[in-house]
Design a protein around this ligand. Structure first.
Ligand SMILES: [Zn+2]
Ligand SMILES: [Zn+2]
Length: 710
């Protein structure tokens, strides 16, 4: 190590880097530099034997000043990129703190990967490529549609108040048009303002991007709208990021990750379909982009609009009247735009249908009639593959996955047995591997079998021109190849498909004009799920699916949503039939108040993965014991602990995946701040428990704050 001659000019900087998880190093390291660098400056720094991207956090001062001369120097500054601003840094800090992750990990993951390896020369080239678009015409946008009274009122409220807003609009009520005009008002009134529009699914971005480009490219140039999602190449992502960071992009459209876009002039955030579970991450920093949007809007002084036909119960509860403690302004748009009417919901009692009937005879009749009239139907079943399990009736063998506590799913198309958890796949055995019986049979039904079954049932049915019925299937299997989803969707739009079969993928967002019948084949499972959020998800999914029908007024007058159920009188289906989300929400909130569940309490999960179930649970149990028996001796901890319920460690629903055993432990508190305080203190206890002998097989653990599935 070289001896450093400290000069008057030498400054010490705390710099965020991405260190490996649970490394002994923290993620805030001290480096020296000969010039002062403001917080938010992007730098290159040495880390071990390599060089990595770093972000200046602050100057190290006073007692933090290093006494050793081992402090390494900053290698260089990323020239030409303005420092990230204070609000962005605050967002990162909040996210790391709230979700119990290291700040370096959160910060560096929020930046485009491509920044890491880039040289100043390459950066200059990229920056030239994104120089402002000079061709933007100043032609006024004359295409703006007239708003309905409901839309006008909502827009006026958004203009007059500071929000935050919950735009509670039924499917087809024209929420997107409200977003478009809110953005339009903002961008024309404030010449530098920027807006962030978030959607839950990557395959919904092209549609939305098209609408935004069509509206705003003529006004602000084609650079004005950029997208950010995981489908972009690293170079595309870097480009979008730079244009936004430089303030040239006026609108950023994106999925969850876009919440961290650097937008120096951010004034408006829209979170469309705010209830969608995909806004919450399922690994790494499991942040909720919706919740971060509310925080970010507050620190930026920006407005935020959460939009949904079936809001999350958290947002719904927050939008109760101010007099009752509500913090979000609720804007209701109950009507559909134009003449479109919501389809009539029909519940079929499967207890009174022929045994073994997959499609009840009255539903089959309804489908047949629609096809004969040249209309389209959409049928969904939330299970892909041909059958969820193969079974030998002689000896009881089932197609279990050798690596997971789950069955392998039978895919007839390539005669494979595939595990949907670990990916393990092989060909279907000719005979039962245990007893040699050649008559092994599928149990249950997936989309692949439903498609085949429908084709058989409808083989004699003719379309208006006398031709045969055309069936298409859209699920994760049929859309594995890039571009195949777009192709299949285009075929549906073009009227080349009569029946669309699929998983919940098809229920979301797509604007199919000619569908007049939607059917849910077997939605009951969620009614009996151990996850308290399952009914909320089911209601939202069915309502969205219903929203796919009857969008074209000329066809929509007799559109229908069919539900096949063994519990047709269940209150959830009754509320759905009436399109009555408020009643459904009130029922659910009532149950949750009584059970002390969110939004009336805050939760966190600790998940542990280990070589054996014993060591996974031993780790969690040890951390729990320490919390209950050792932490009370800590100064000031008793009142925090009093507000926390720590449940016992239990195996996860799918206990073993890819030979790794999984266990979890739930924490609950009526007070969010208490839970936060507890988790922050408990981190060191968890780290210490990792080293116990009983926890030897432990592979990793993580905290999930506000978990979405339990
Ligand atoms: Zn057998
Ligand atoms: Zn498996």
């Amino acid at each position: 190590v070289q001896k450093i001659n400290l000069t008057n000019h030498t400054v010490f900087l705390q710099i965020l880097v991405h260190t490996p998880a649970h490394a002994s190093l923290g993620s805030v390291l001290t480096y020296r530099c000969d010039t002062r660098l403001p917080p938010g400056t992007l730098v290159r720094v040495p880390l071990g034997k390599r060089e990595t991207l770093g972000l200046v956090w602050q100057e190290a001062n006073g007692s933090e000043l290093p006494t050793e001369d081992k402090i390494r120097a900053v290698s260089g500054v990323l020239e030409g990129i303005a420092p990230l601003n204070a609000q962005w840094l605050q967002l990162i800090q909040f996210c790391a703190q709230y979700y119990q992750r290291s700040i370096g990990e959160v910060a560096l993951n929020a930046l485009p990967l491509k920044l890491k390896g880039i040289t100043p020369a390459q950066m200059q080239r990229r920056l030239r490529k994104v120089s402002p678009d000079k061709t933007s015409p100043n032609k006024p946008d004359t295409s703006e549609p007239t708003l309905t009274p409901e839309q006008s009122i909502a827009l006026a409220q958004i203009t007059q108040h500071t929000g935050p807003f919950l735009l509670f609009g039924s499917t087809g009520s024209g929420k997107t048009e409200v977003y478009l005009q809110a953005v339009h008002n903002l961008l024309t009134n404030k010449p530098h303002a920027q807006a962030l529009i978030m959607v839950p699914e990557i395959n919904l971005t092209p549609q939305l991007e098209y609408r935004f480009l069509a509206r705003f490219a003529p006004l602000f140039g084609s650079q004005a709208v950029v997208s950010m999602h995981s489908g972009l190449t690293p170079v595309q992502r870097l480009k979008s990021w730079l244009v936004a960071h430089q303030g040239e992009a006026r609108i950023v459209l994106g999925t969850r990750m876009a919440i961290f876009a650097s937008l120096p002039q951010l004034q408006l955030i829209v979170v469309d379909e705010e209830h969608d579970p995909s806004y919450k991450g399922s690994d790494g920093a499991r942040y909720s982009a919706r919740d971060l949007a509310l925080f970010r809007a507050k620190i930026e002084g920006a407005k935020v609009i959460l939009g949904s036909a079936t809001p999350s119960l958290e947002s719904w509860h927050s939008s109760r009247p101010t007099s009752e403690g509500g913090r979000i302004v609720r804007l209701a748009m109950p009507s559909r735009v134009g003449q479109g009417v919501l389809p009539q919901v029909r519940r079929i009692d499967m207890r009174h249908q022929p045994r073994q009937a997959v499609i009840a005879p009255p539903l089959l009749q309804a489908i047949t009639e629609r096809i004969q009239r040249g209309e389209q139907c959409m049928i969904f079943l939330n299970r892909r593959g041909y059958a969820p399990v193969l079974h030998c009736a002689d000896c009881g063998w089932k197609s279990a996955c050798p690596h997971c506590s789950a069955f392998r799913v039978f895919h007839k198309i390539d005669r494979s047995l595939r595990c949907h958890h670990c990916g393990f796949a092989d060909t279907v055995p000719r005979a039962c591997p245990d007893c040699g019986n050649i008559d092994i049979t599928p149990i249950g039904r997936g989309t692949e079998q439903l498609e085949e079954h429908l084709a058989a049932l409808l083989s004699q049915v003719q379309r208006p021109d006398g031709s045969a019925v055309r069936i298409a299937r859209i699920d994760a299997d049929s859309t594995r190849h890039k571009g195949s989803l777009e192709q299949q969707l285009a075929a549906v739009h073009a009227g080349e498909v009569d029946i669309l079969v699929g998983t919940q993928m098809i229920a979301k967002g797509h604007d199919f004009r000619r569908i007049t019948l939607v059917a849910a084949i077997n939605p009951d499972n969620a009614l009996f799920s151990s996850d308290f959020r399952a009914p909320e998800r089911l209601f939202s999914l069915l309502l969205q699916a219903a929203g796919r029908a009857g969008r074209d007024a000329s066809l929509g007058e007799n559109s229908e949503m069919w539900i096949q159920s063994y519990q047709p009188d269940h209150p959830l289906y009754a509320a759905l039939k009436a399109y009555d989300y408020p009643t459904f929400a009130a029922q659910q909130l009532q149950e949750r108040t009584q059970a002390g569940m969110p939004p009336f309490s805050a939760q966190a999960l600790v998940r542990a993965e280990a070589r054996s179930q014993e060591s996974a649970q031993a780790f969690l149990q040890a951390a729990r014991d320490a919390a209950l028996h050792e932490m009370p001796h800590w100064e000031g901890w008793a009142p925090v602990l009093e507000q926390i319920s720590l449940y016992s460690a239990v195996p996860m629903t799918v206990q073993r995946i890819a030979n790794i055993e999984r266990a979890q432990m739930l924490l609950e508190s009526p007070s969010r701040p208490a839970l936060q305080q507890f988790l922050a203190g408990w981190q060191s206890v968890l780290h210490a428990c990792r080293k116990l002998d009983a926890c030897k097989g432990l592979i990793r653990w993580a905290i999930d704050v506000d978990p979405q599935s339990i």
